[in-house]
Design a binder for this molecule. Structure first.
Ligand code: ZN
Length: 753
């Protein structure tokens, strides 16, 4: 009657038949010997007492049926391992010795089969893709897709031992032990970046929820032995790894593929999570993330009066040194901070530092691939930058020529007495041209953060070049073309060059910078070109940016990298500290509220800076006496005379309080113009040639990208990326193809979102 031969048949089936029969009789009313609505007959006429007694009997019968079914539920071995039942039936397996070479360093010596994956013998384990993965996983993670270790060392051999704990479970007294879930979770967290770096999914059989149990259920730590070897720090698997581990946080001086770069950045941010975070400023044409890392006492947000600095590398894809140096710098800042360096701690606590190691990852991939093909003969050409493969982005656009050319606008207006060299609006015609998604992402980035100092890193020369890059005379290409802030730019450039052991030497040039003066030069004197990032930064934002040319070799050999780092380490730190020069302060109203977008002017310098969201501003200045004016629409202006002594270790604090005025909003602006402008010469004529409405400039400035290039580019790039991914298998796939065992481990392929 009962179909409970296999424990897999559900209890409801066991119950349903007898109960159905009894209940059907009970609930149909018996009237005059026949059941209403049914053909069944009531043979016995029952009084209510008899009927209730029969009900009890039938219910007991049902319960008995259920009880008789239960013991026959067979606890299969897999059910037991998956926690579905308590005691497995059948032949009880015995502990056997682990005889799998990749699992021999486990803290126990005996295992038993079948394991949770259903393998019934050592031979079956050896044939499985899971074991194959464990045998190569350390190699895969440490190779990271390109050359050298990509941080996989952080999770080896842990991940392999975790796999062994599932494939060869610990056996004691012929009983399998379950590995701890929290150990699995820690390893998974620590391995995330390494798996990401090789685009591999977390293996299904290391699912912490399924194959591992909690402490309450009685688990053991499969990495026990490992922990003892690694100096017994109890924190090791609970929180941050120990700082004492000498290999931990050490910098690998070599080239890093795009995946390795991402992995190192995220590991660094994780290691210094109190003061660092990574973020993407957008995507390249081929859909690669433009990854930045930020260091700050409060990562993720601007703090009042804290200066923001940025360093951008690899704008030219074939100029790889800057990209690498920024990666080393990120790790160095994190290491020094953790080791308690007072200098780096002070720097990070008072400065918000953004590093974008690669602005052109697509170009880099091309250049890196070409670099591997270089033969001995090509060595010479490679060294002196003759090979420019990968310089541009994937669309063939030179990113350092692709920013809006605002210098031309300024030059055209320079006979106007009212001309300015700050916050020049981007003319609409710029957007009609080809705007690279990388350029666009950087433009959006530099407008969204109140950067006040920056550098972009190049190769092929050894000199710091400062604006303008565009010659003020269209026919003279090596013409000295200074900004109104020449003094300031010289100080900024000199900070870097003087902290570098060789850059400041006269004979150190290797490119075209013959006119360089001890390692610094006006950009236009090297070669004149329009649309550079530093010209744009100066003319459109509050950021003072220079171009640091790091050396003659654009793509140095791996063995030269460490030396290059030591040459630039001090220069980077000094440069970043340079954010604390000049003056800074708040422009407030009488109620103490910061005024956003107020202008701070320096008499004699036609370049204003504007206040950020909360009314804070930074103005780099050369030492000396300066007359400062703060203005804002709808307020009276305030003037201050400041003396800035040389060698001040911090920026001087100069605040302004502005009073609301009853006058029209434009009146203050007019007021300022009246004072500074004696005669307006040929205003109309100049405006006509200006290419953008000069008088409505302030309104235009707020406008950004009227054609929304961003959406267009990212949509197409993402589609292309998805297609490419579908077609291609990751490089490590070959390890698993034709391995003889079972099905190919498609579970290692990451699912695209
Ligand atoms: Zn360059």
């Amino acid at each position: 009657m009962c179909f409970c031969r296999s424990g897999k048949v559900s209890l409801s089936v066991c119950l349903s038949l007898p109960l159905f029969l009894s209940l059907s009789r009970l609930f149909y009313r018996c009237e005059a010997g026949s059941c209403v609505g049914r053909a069944w007959r009531c043979h016995i006429k029952m009084d209510p007492e008899t009927r209730s007694r029969q009900q009890i009997v039938l219910i007991l019968l049902g319960a008995l049926t259920l009880a008789s079914c239960y013991p026959q539920h067979r606890c299969e071995y897999e059910d037991y391992l998956l926690g579905r039942c308590r005691s497995p039936l059948g032949r009880r397996p015995k502990c056997t010795e682990i005889r799998l070479s990749y699992c021999e360093d486990m803290p126990y010596t005996e295992t038993l089969f079948p394991n949770a994956l259903g393998h019934t013998s050592r031979e079956e384990v050896e044939l499985g893709a899971e074991y194959l993965l464990m045998s190569v996983v350390e190699t895969l993670l440490s190779s990271g897709g390109g050359g050298g270790g990509g941080g996989g060392g952080q999770c080896s051999p842990d991940v392999r031992m975790l796999g062994c704990a599932v494939m060869t479970p610990r056996c004691e007294h012929d009983w399998p032990m379950q590995p701890c879930r929290h150990v699995c979770e820690t390893v998974r967290r620590r391995c995330a970046a390494a798996f990401d770096a090789i685009a591999m999914a977390w293996p299904y059989f290391l699912d912490c929820d399924r194959f591992f149990v909690s402490e309450e259920e009685g688990c053991y730590d499969p990495l026990e032995g490992l922990r003892v070897e690694q100096d017994g720090d109890d924190d090791y698997y609970g929180g941050l790894p120990p700082a004492e581990d000498p290999s931990f946080g050490s910098i690998r001086f070599g080239h890093h593929s795009e995946a390795e770069l991402a992995s190192v950045l995220s590991q660094t941010a994780e290691r210094c999570s109190d003061v660092a975070r990574t973020y993407s400023i957008g995507r390249s044409y081929e859909g690669r993330d433009l990854l930045a890392i930020e260091f700050s006492g409060n990562p993720g947000r601007h703090e009042l009066l804290e200066p923001e600095v940025r360093l951008v590398g690899n704008m030219h894809g074939n100029e790889a040194l800057g990209r690498q140096l920024l990666l080393y710098l990120a790790q160095d800042l994190c290491n020094e901070y953790r080791q308690g360096s007072p200098r780096v701690q002070a720097l990070i606590n008072t400065t918000r530092i953004h590093l974008l190691p690669s602005m052109n990852p697509d170009g880099y991939e091309v250049a890196a691939a070409g670099g591997q093909d270089a033969t001995e003969d090509e060595e010479e050409g490679r060294k002196y930058g003759a090979r420019n493969v990968g310089r541009t982005n994937a669309q063939g656009i030179d990113l350092n020529r692709n920013f809006p050319d605002l210098a031309s606008i300024v030059y055209r207006r320079r006979r106007l007495r009212t001309y300015r060299t700050d916050h020049i609006a981007i003319p609409d015609f710029y957007w009609f041209g080809k705007v690279a998604p990388e350029t666009y992402a950087v433009m959006k980035w530099v407008r969204s953060i109140p950067f006040m100092l920056g550098a972009n890193l190049h190769g092929g020369d050894l000199v710091v070049a400062y604006p303008y890059d565009l010659s003020k005379h269209p026919q003279q290409h090596k013409l000295f073309s200074p900004t109104p802030d020449e003094k300031v730019f010289k100080i900024i450039a000199r900070t870097y060059a003087d902290s570098h052991p060789t850059m400041g030497r006269d004979q150190a040039w290797c490119g075209s910078s013959r006119a360089s003066k001890n390692g610094i030069i006006n950009g236009a004197q090297v070669s004149s070109f329009a649309g550079s990032m530093q010209d744009f930064s100066y003319l459109h934002t509050n950021c003072y940016e220079v171009a640091v040319n790091l050396g003659c070799d654009k793509f140095p050999a791996e063995e030269d990298m460490e030396n290059a780092w030591h040459e630039n380490q001090e220069a980077f730190i000094s440069f970043l500290e340079g954010a604390h020069r000049g003056i800074k302060g708040l422009v407030k109203d009488e109620g103490g509220n910061g005024i956003k977008g107020a202008r701070v002017s320096v008499r004699g310098v036609r370049h204003d800076v504007t206040t950020a969201e909360q009314g804070d501003y930074w103005r780099l200045l050369a030492p000396g006496v300066h007359i400062l004016t703060a203005t804002a629409a709808g307020y009276t202006r305030a003037i201050k005379r400041v003396r800035l002594p040389p060698g001040m270790p911090h920026a001087g604090r100069v605040d302004f309080v502005l009073t609301k005025t009853a006058l029209e909003p434009n009146a203050t602006a007019l007021n300022r113009v009246e004072e500074e402008v004696v005669v307006v010469v040929r205003a109309e004529e100049e405006e006509g040639g200006g290419g953008g409405g000069y008088y409505s400039e302030q309104d235009d400035y707020e406008r950004f990208d009227p054609y929304n290039h961003f959406e267009r580019y990212t949509a197409s790039a993402l589609a292309a990326r998805r297609q490419e991914r579908r077609a291609e298998k990751p490089w490590w796939w070959s390890f698993f193809v034709g391995s003889g065992g079972g099905a190919a481990p498609t579970w290692l392929l990451r699912k695209e979102d």
